[in-house]
Design a binder for this molecule. Sequence first.
Ligand SMILES: Nc1ncnc2c1ncn2[C@@H]1O[C@H](COP(=O)(O)OP(=O)(O)O)[C@@H](O)[C@H]1O
Ligand SMILES: [Mg+2]
Length: 174
Amino acid sequence: MTTLFLMVGLPGAGKTTRARQLAAEHGALRLTPDDWMIPLFGAAEADGKRDVLEGRMLWLALEAVRLGTNVVMDYGCWSRDERFAIRWLTEAEGACFRMAYLPVDEETQRSRIAHRWATAPEETLPMSEADILHGRAHFEEPDAVELAGRGAAGPPPGYAGWREWAAARWPSFA
Ligand SMILES: Nc1ncnc2c1ncn2[C@@H]1O[C@H](COP(=O)(O)OP(=O)(O)O)[C@@H](O)[C@H]1O
Ligand SMILES: [Mg+2]
């Protein structure tokens, strides 16, 4: 069955490393926004351009799944709603959704970010102490129910469905 893998975790958790392994194991198309943001804009975030890029990538991911190609979405996905939306959209295509959550403690996170900066500076941008703390404060850790593939409720109030929610979150998706 065609599968969409979604990487989840903080910067330095090892998502892209694992995403490369999954892509090789499953012949999957790997979509890593940083691989596009940095060459195109020289920044990981640039005036909302990341949301625009991610929306088109989500559109592309679902197109690939429709064609029977496995996909690895290397987005990080800090928000539970983002994960539920992508899961719903994947399953609506009749494909299998698999979340790959990589937890990381703060000390390991710092040492991996430093390691990456020392070994592959072209793949990354400097990350400040504030960036690390911001991430740790805002990341919505998947709970046991979500990890077991259950617990997806409907979208937040005001949205007809997850497709509408996704089009609001990533304006280029629709
Ligand atoms: N399981 C691991 N054990 C040790 N180092 C790792 C592991 N996974 C990744 N790394 C290293 O940690 C750094 C960050 O990994 P990366 O995959 O870029 O994280 P992310 O994509 O989550 O930000 C890289 O230098 C990578 O080589
Ligand atoms: Mg990465």
